[in-house]
Write a new protein. Structure first.
Length: 135
């Protein structure tokens, strides 16, 4: 949506958690070296209609995946251990290597937190995600 709004000269609403791709298209921006994939951020106890449209209660924080060219971090909140996969040698993500490459996981986690802040994410959704745990 932000790209379309930008192309037609309409201001992007502050609450929109995305940015225009026009600078990237016009060669003015190199973009990011990672991608963030998640369900909408909800806290336990809240009500959601994601996936099927049926109303249901969120029981726990849902994982977020941060993917770079070589790595995929599946991040869970609190004391839930994160998972890290080296994509060139493990494209099916079957061997969690977070214990051997925790520094990579920490870097991707740092990028996730920066992304959430940059996207004007409500701090109540960021705070429970500040800690990263391994096995």
């Amino acid at each position: 949506m932000p790209t379309l709004l930008d192309l037609v000269g309409v201001d992007i609403p502050k609450e929109v958690q995305a940015r225009s791709m026009v600078p990237l298209i016009e060669g003015e921006d190199d973009g990011r070296d990672f991608t963030v994939t998640s369900f909408p951020l909800k806290e336990p106890g809240s009500i959601t209609r994601i996936v099927t449209g049926a109303q249901r209660k969120v029981m726990q924080y849902l994982p977020i995946t941060v993917t770079s060219e070589d790595w995929a971090l599946i991040y869970s909140t609190g004391d839930e251990p994160a998972e890290l996969y080296r994509l060139p040698s493990d494209p099916n993500q079957e061997r969690n290597v977070i214990d051997d490459h925790f520094d990579v996981a920490v870097d991707l986690h740092r990028k996730l937190l920066g992304f959430l802040s940059e996207a004007n994410t409500d701090p109540r959704h960021i705070e429970p995600r500040r800690k990263i745990s391994k096995n």
